[in-house]
Design a protein around this ligand. Structure first.
Ligand SMILES: Nc1ncnc2c1ncn2[C@@H]1O[C@H](COP(=O)(O)OP(=O)(O)OP(=O)(O)O)[C@@H](O)[C@H]1O
Ligand SMILES: O=C(O)[C@@H](O)C(=O)CO
Length: 421
């Protein structure tokens, strides 16, 4: 099938988030892990490529995203989506702005929009400022993120140093006036040379207006929620029809494991809640650096298969800071990711084929270690986190890749229960 929308996600939980939101429409979504090595076959109306480039060196992120774009163009797609975090996770250098500019240069276009809002998960944008629940981004727990601490809430100020061309705003008053008003505002901004337009949205109704106004833009950038209404508009434009039959999960071995490398506030609460009912192992990055991961691997081997173990590096911001001061931020992240990735492979070999993984970078490391090339999107557990299915080493497995701050406290047990139901 010809692809209508080709999507590039900067991390793996972001990719499953976007795929899950698009799949709500009943239209088939293919979720590819990394840029496929062979030309497109068996394509779907929505193709999502999951990358792990949120915190990569900018040049590497650009190269990887352009390679994904080139593959997506071969599917016949002429509309593209650059998916980043609903909390705009990035540094002064990028990679949100530089990748958007590189894609725009490739597509030879002179304007795009930026809308990370995801009201169902408490992310809203008003007058260019991003809120997490009732808190401005920079006052939310995102200020302490281990890799991309967000210390400003204003998207225009955040984006400006990441781009070479002017940044502007289409505010809520404009969005509330409807799609024609938004289109007119975008045209005015374009006439004034504004290339990058942050668009306010505080509710799903705003996102629908934005999707309506921008449905034919060659590039939309944002969180997953701004893509939510696109399938509807593509259907009413006659571009696609509902084509997915209800997906049934494959036969899965009973064994399960929860792996958490996310230190986000919601994950910390989820780890605390699940540790009351699970066998737990808390990873200490300094210990991993000095003594390796043999002790935890042995611990896992001794957990009976009908017990669900939780292995986590999840820690409070102060503890993370101390580790980062000793090991360096990148090294600390890498040590934890490598250990959790190896443990995922051990778990699979032990007969645990249901994986709940918390954290985008962590999910990237785990999915790569399990050598997964493509995921099928199943039922959404909470907004933005679907169960996904694949084969690893020829074995059916299920993965719930959870973004750091998504879900409620009981997410880990809720996810496993849903799979059993
Ligand atoms: N105790 C720790 N000390 C230092 N770094 C840690 C520790 N625990 C985890 N990390 C690292 O912190 C990073 C967390 O990023 P990750 O993307 O996995 O979670 P997240 O940011 O909460 O999720 P998302 O991106 O989906 O919101 C990873 O690189 C992980 O290895
Ligand atoms: O948009 C979000 O918040 C998530 O999909 C994500 O990208 C977390 O890494």
């Amino acid at each position: 099938m010809k692809t209508i929308l080709g999507c590039i996600a900067d991390d793996f939980t972001g990719a499953t988030d976007l795929a899950g939101v698009l799949a709500r429409s009943g239209v088939k979504v293919n979720l590819r892990i990394g840029v496929p090595k062979t030309p497109p076959t068996n394509t779907a109306a929505f193709e999502v490529i999951a990358l792990k480039c949120r915190t990569s060196p900018t040049e590497d992120a650009i190269a990887e995203c352009l390679s994904a774009l080139s593959w997506l163009k071969q599917t016949g797609a002429s509309r593209f989506f650059w998916k980043y975090c609903s909390t705009f996770d990035s540094t002064d250098k990028g990679n949100i702005g530089p990748v958007a500019e590189a894609i725009m240069a490739d597509l030879k276009i002179d304007q795009t929009i930026y809308c990370p809002a995801f009201p169902e998960n408490g992310r809203s944008i008003f007058m260019g400022n991003l809120f997490v629940g009732e808190q401005p981004l920079a006052e939310s727990p995102m200020k302490d993120h281990p890799l991309t601490p967000m210390r400003d809430s204003n998207l225009i100020r955040l984006l400006t140093p990441q781009t070479t061309a002017p940044v502007g705003l289409a505010n809520r008053l404009c969005v509330a006036s409807g799609p024609d008003a938004l289109r007119a505002r975008l045209d005015d901004l374009r006439d004034d040379g504004v290339v990058h337009v942050v668009v306010d949205a505080v509710a799903n109704g705003d996102l629908r207006v934005i999707a309506d106004a921008c449905r034919n833009m060659p590039l939309i950038t944002g969180g997953s929620a701004v893509a939510m209404a696109l399938p509807d508009f593509y259907m009413s434009d006659g571009l696609l029809a509902q084509d997915a039959s209800e997906y049934t999960a494959p036969q899965l071995d009973e064994g399960a494991i929860v792996l958490s490398g996310s230190c986000s506030a919601m994950t910390r609460a989820q780890v605390a809640a699940f540790s009351n009912q699970a066998e737990c192992y808390k990873l200490d990055p300094l210990d991993l650096a000095n003594n390796g991961d043999q002790p935890v691997r042995e611990w896992l081997q001794n957990i009976p298969k009908d017990v669900v173990p939780l292995i986590y590096a999840t820690a409070e911001p102060d503890a993370v800071r101390k580790v980062q001061e000793k090991l360096g931020t990148e090294k600390a992240g890498e040590i934890v990711e490598n250990a959790l990735a190896r443990l995922a492979v051990d778990a699979r070999n032990q007969g645990r084929h249901r994986f709940v993984v918390a954290g985008g970078e962590t999910s990237g490391a785990v999915t790569k270690a399990l050598e997964i090339e493509q995921l099928t999107v199943g039922a959404e557990i909470v907004p933005g986190v679907p169960w996904t299915f694949s084969k690893s080493n020829g074995i059916n497995i299920a993965l719930a890749l959870k973004s750091g701050n998504f879900g409620t406290e009981s997410f880990f047990s809720d996810a496993l229960e849903l799979l059993n139901s």
